[in-house]
Design a protein around this ligand. Structure first.
Ligand code: ZN
Length: 327
């Protein structure tokens, strides 16, 4: 670079610096309340007014969005602990929460069986609507019937939940590209936690003798869990809770439990324990002393601010409960 060009460049830089100095000095000198607020907003990108407003369905998905969105999102979940998503009908205020959101994340695969039309409607009205299950390859999904329905309970396979986490990151980045880096970093961190959870579960399930690796619950929420971690899954009801458990189903299952001397059966937090208690009584009538091995989180995780109120905490609780009862 010639000397002349150099001095022009330097002069240019000095002028820009002076202008910048004057404007910032001006801000400070005129420091009335409004200007101070402007400065505060610029300095604090996580100001509440700038957060991405997200509405989710189950509290399993709420936990996921909180992990990936971190301080940049304000998440409202429609369903709390103990709520059964198969039967959940949105109230008028739920619909408003969905309409008011910047992004909606739901499970899909018909988990929210009574809500399908609502998602279509709010999607058409302009809200970004994402099913967290949408990127799971069909080959990884478990079929329910020949009509093309798949089991929706994907979150009990930590590896499949990694796919769900990636969908959340994609959705947030698309809406809020400025914070892409943060979402990617949060995603990476969560994927490592899920990887560790996957390994922990495999180790724990290894403690259970082969003939006891059977998970008996009220409804079919753990097929992915069984598939991923080597347990056979048996349930009184099918994949949805939207049907009455028949006396014949209970008797058939009681026969099998007795014959195979299965030690424990499990209650679910989002389903009345009545059917599992009826099953226990039927097995005991046949002379086999089966116990209720504990309570498992199936379609919802626990209360906020508790260990089981996080997906990883609830998952670990299930794993420890199952291993303890069947080992
Ligand atoms: Zn379910």
């Amino acid at each position: 670079m010639k000397d002349m060009e150099k001095s022009i460049l330097i002069a240019g830089i000095v002028i820009v610096a002076i202008i910048a100095g004057i404007s910032s000095a001006g801000l400070i000198q005129n420091g009335n309340d409004t200007n101070e607020m402007d400065v505060a907003n610029v300095e604090n990108p996580t100001d509440v007014s700038k957060k991405v407003v997200v509405t989710t369905t189950t509290n399993v998905i709420t936990d996921l969005v909180e992990h990936i969105g971190g301080d940049n999102v304000e998440v409202t979940g429609l369903m709390g602990p103990g709520v059964d998503p198969h039967l959940y009908r949105p109230s008028a205020s739920d619909v408003k929460k969905l309409q008011d959101a910047d992004i909606v994340f739901y499970n899909g695969l018909d988990l929210e069986g009574k809500m399908g039309d609502v998602f279509v409607k709010i999607g058409r009205e302009g809200t970004a609507v994402w099913a967290v299950s949408e990127n799971i390859p069909e080959g990884s999904l478990l079929s329910l019937d020949t009509a093309g329905h798949f089991d929706p309970h994907i979150w009990w396979d930590a590896e499949l939940w990694m796919d769900a986490a990636k969908v959340v990151a994609t959705g947030l980045k698309q809406y809020d590209p400025e914070n892409s880096q943060t979402y990617d970093t949060n995603l990476e961190k969560f994927l490592i936690q899920l990887q560790n959870l996957d390994e922990y579960t495999l180790e724990k399930m290894d403690l259970i003798p082969g003939e006891q690796r059977v998970l008996v619950t009220a409804h079919d929420a753990f097929q992915y869990f069984g598939h991923a971690y080597g347990l056979e899954e048996m349930a009184i009801q099918g994949w949805s809770t939207d049907s009455e458990a028949g006396i014949r189903e209970i008797q058939n299952l009681a026969d099998e439990i007795t014959e195979r001397k299965i030690k424990a059966i499990f209650v679910e937090t989002s389903i009345s324990p009545a059917t599992i208690e009826a099953l226990k009584a039927a097995v005991q009538d046949k002379g086999h002393d089966v116990v209720i091995g504990g309570e498992l989180f199936s379609d919802a995780i626990g209360e906020k601010e508790t260990h089981e109120g996080t997906y990883i905490g609830a998952f670990t609780h299930n794993v420890d409960t199952i291993a303890e009862a069947l080992k």
